[in-house]
Design a binder for this molecule. Structure first.
Ligand code: PLP
Length: 446
């Protein structure tokens, strides 16, 4: 686990030099750590751009109009928004904050769609004011709310309806989103989705552009998409039969999985795109529906693997287990405040000593953070060199998605810097927070 850098998991440019140092796009993590401190997130810009470009290429076909929106929730900064937009993607935002990042990046709102199960009035007002292309409706209450806002603004807002189609994505419960008993979407089975169609059609300031379905995250094959698309297309046929209108857009969501550890084997982007587009063709033909405009919203599949986290080791503690086996607890200078996924989803990661060539002996290890929680684990089970010591750097692969974006200030720990590297040159995407930043929201005792 600590020698070879599996290209399925690590950034495309990740290499190890003769001194054992890992470098990204030609810059060693030792140099990066010296300049920016640790923990630090490091992104390979060319790799992000290539994965974004591949999505557009894979979804470009002669017979179907398609759009790829980058799911900002995975991780966004103004520069990342700019990169993916330059590669041809729009942006899917899930909050007013993500919207502002996309706008700061200069992205025309006609390339932005907004999600959220509880968008506030001010979120919706801002989205309407700037003119986002689509707002994805998630509840009946939101229809009235948005209609009133759009009417006040004197516009007709294009909307998609987020459907709950009763499909269990084969992934962790917390990231599976289209089964019935959860908070997202309008249930088709209960009739709520058809009630939403009727309600939108009755609104003067809303126009039903299409339907949306997102079944979950870390999906490795197209089976879930097939079942979901089958149900969404059936629903579109019902709308046609009852209301005489053909839905012109279908957004199949994101959730395309990536490799975190050896053995993870998701479909590649071209296989996934071919499968999804074939499913759409087959399902639309089945109910004699014209093929609608298809959108997808990948986040993790673009930003996950190009990012790593570099930590400095602070302590190493051998712990004797009941079995008599010894496990090294290796404490690093971050933890659940910069990567909550291990605690939240039992996520698994690949980790490697990053600053030197190790001795030959590997030991069972657990890499833990510096927070006051037993569950503050970065990598639960791994083998690391027995001679790992304070001051060493370790790199955790595939932390680009849902790590810095979900980071917190637990224990008043400032959040790490994020840098990107291209052709040996680094730049700051987000500067490191200081303790002063963390204290800035506390007015003090006077
Ligand atoms: C509606 C929607 N679209 C897209 C995504 C992106 O998912 P992923 O990053 O797994 O591709 C999510 C993730 O939660 C989502 O909820």
């Amino acid at each position: 686990m600590s020698g070879q850098l599996n290209p399925q998991i690590w950034p495309a440019s990740a290499t190890r030099n003769s001194a054992g140092e890992i470098s990204i796009a030609g810059l060693s993590v030792t140099e990066i750590a010296k300049e920016y401190g640790t923990p630090v997130f490091v992104f390979d810009e060319a790799d992000v751009r290539k994965r974004a470009r591949d999505y557009v290429t894979a979804f470009t076909v002669d017979d179907i109009q398609t759009t790829v929106h980058y799911a900002a929730k995975a991780f966004i900064t103004t520069k990342i928004a700019q990169w993916v937009h330059q590669e041809g993607l729009g942006i899917d935002v899930a909050s007013a904050g993500e919207l502002e990042v996309a706008l700061r990046a200069g992205i025309d709102p006609s390339h932005i769609i907004m999600h959220g199960n509880n968008k506030s009035v001010s979120d919706l007002e801002r989205a309407v004011e700037v003119g986002v292309a689509r707002i994805v409706i998630d509840s009946l209450i939101e229809i009235e709310r948005l209609n009133a806002i759009a009417a006040r603004a004197g516009i007709v807002q294009q909307v998609l309806l987020r459907l709950t189609v009763g499909v269990e994505a084969h992934t962790h419960e917390a990231i599976s989103t289209a089964h019935e008993d959860q908070k997202f979407g309008l249930s088709v089975a209960s009739g709520m989705a058809m009630a939403a169609v009727e309600s939108v059609l009755a609104c003067d300031a809303l126009s039903l552009a299409g339907l949306h379905s997102h079944i979950g995250s870390q999906i490795f094959d197209a089976t879930g998409f097939e079942l979901a698309t089958h149900r969404v297309v059936d629903f579109a046929a019902q709308i046609r039969d009852i209301h005489g209108i053909s839905v012109s857009e279908l957004d199949v969501g994101g959730g395309m999985g990536i490799a975190y550890v050896a053995g993870d084997d998701p479909l590649d982007v071209f296989e996934m795109a071919n499968s999804i587009l074939d499913i759409v063709r087959t399902q639309c033909a089945r109910v004699k529906l014209p093929i609608p405009h298809i959108s997808v919203e990948p986040g993790r599949a673009i930003i996950g693997n190009p990012g790593i986290t570099v930590y400095e080791v602070g302590t190493v503690k051998p712990v004797v287990l009941d079995s008599g086996m010894v496990r090294h607890y290796i404490s690093v200078d971050g933890g659940m405040s910069d990567n909550i996924r291990t605690a939240l989803y039992d996520a698994q990661y690949s980790i490697s000593l990053a600053n030197r060539t190790p001795g030959d002996l590997q030991v069972i290890s657990r890499v833990v953070g510096k927070h006051c929680e037993t569950g503050d684990i970065v990598v639960r089970d791994c083998e690391l060199p027995a001679d790992i010591r304070p001051g060493d750097l370790v790199a955790v692969a595939a932390t680009g998605a849902y790590c810095r974006s979900m980071a917190s200030n637990y224990n008043h720990i400032p959040r790490p810097a994020v840098v990107s590297v291209a052709r040996g040159v680094s730049q700051v995407l987000l500067r490191r927070e200081s303790i002063a930043d963390v204290l800035a929201t506390d007015p003090g005792i006077n």
